[in-house]
Design a protein around this ligand. Structure first.
Ligand SMILES: [Zn+2]
Length: 267
């Protein structure tokens, strides 16, 4: 396990939630060599259990330090946590904050905190859509970073780079809720056929992968960076009669997880 007491304060931290990504599709695409950018960093996804079955629930837990749980070891120590009496998943490598969530904790530790949405819970259009973005010092959403724009990931990363360029001297906690894999995703298939299905789900992930080098290369020029990539929940395409998420099904609660450090290029 990483020692987060060494990382917080010295590294940039990037959290990407690949919204709605299913574990089985993520692992299949990686194993088949369809994710050339991510393959430079990971050889497999860890299967984990999400703390929630839909975006709002899962992100509240994640921002409180409850990242998806190791399936074989649910009591594994957590990377980051907020002070909570009796927690058995905190050890000396866990960075424990006194604030109510890790976003506020990282801000208190000197980080510039930035949220780029995302699906509807990050669209800032209503008080509910402000709740999660409101945890951050700066938060942004636009139609072209939302679920309906086929270039959403490109737009999200470009927006993040532009905003981080203004904070070069400060360590950053960047959160992007990657919206591309969330429905609708049919337009990532060459055939463009509707409705969404497990094949267009995979095609959307391949699109996301094609954009990530732009983000990884950017941080290589900034400083050493911890990347955490996970899904917030999966989704069903008719298995056992279930469609969508916000329901209890293996395809919803099992999510892919990865974490890795990228070293900065020393000039
Ligand atoms: Zn979600």
């Amino acid at each position: 396990m990483l020692d987060m007491n060494q990382i917080v304060g010295s590294h940039d931290i990037v959290l990407l939630t690949l919204d709605t990504l299913r574990f089985d599709v993520a692992q299949r695409e990686l194993a088949q060599g369809n994710l050339p950018v991510l393959s430079r960093y990971i050889s497999a996804w860890q299967p984990r259990h999400s703390p929630g079955s839909f975006t709002y629930a899962a992100h509240h837990a994640i921002f409180a330090g409850f990242f998806p749980t190791e399936i074989d070891n649910p009591a594994a120590p957590r990377l980051m946590a907020v002070d909570f009496n009796g927690s058995r998943t905190i050890d000396p490598r866990t960075r424990v904050f006194n604030e109510a969530n890790i976003v506020a904790g990282l801000a208190q530790a000197g980080y510039f905190t930035l949220c780029i949405g995302g699906v509807g819970f990050f669209n800032k259009k209503t008080p509910l859509g402000m709740t999660l973005p409101g945890l951050f010092q700066q938060s942004y959403w636009a139609e072209n970073t939302g679920v309906t724009d086929p270039a959403s990931t490109f737009n999200q990363i470009e927006m993040a780079k532009q905003l981080l360029d203004q904070q070069q001297g400060q360590k950053a906690f960047l959160f992007i809720n990657v919206s591309a894999i969330h429905q609708p995703n049919y337009f990532y298939q060459y055939s463009n056929k509707q409705p969404d299905d497990i094949e267009s789900h995979g095609a959307a992930l391949r699109y996301v992968d094609s954009q990530l080098a732009n983000l990884f290369d950017y941080f290589k020029q900034r400083r050493n960076t911890l990347f955490i990539l996970c899904s917030d929940h999966g989704t069903c395409y008719g298995e056992q009669g279930y469609v969508g998420h916000r329901l209890a099904h293996n395809n919803v609660w099992t999510v892919p997880y990865a974490e890795f450090i990228q070293r900065a290029v020393v000039e």
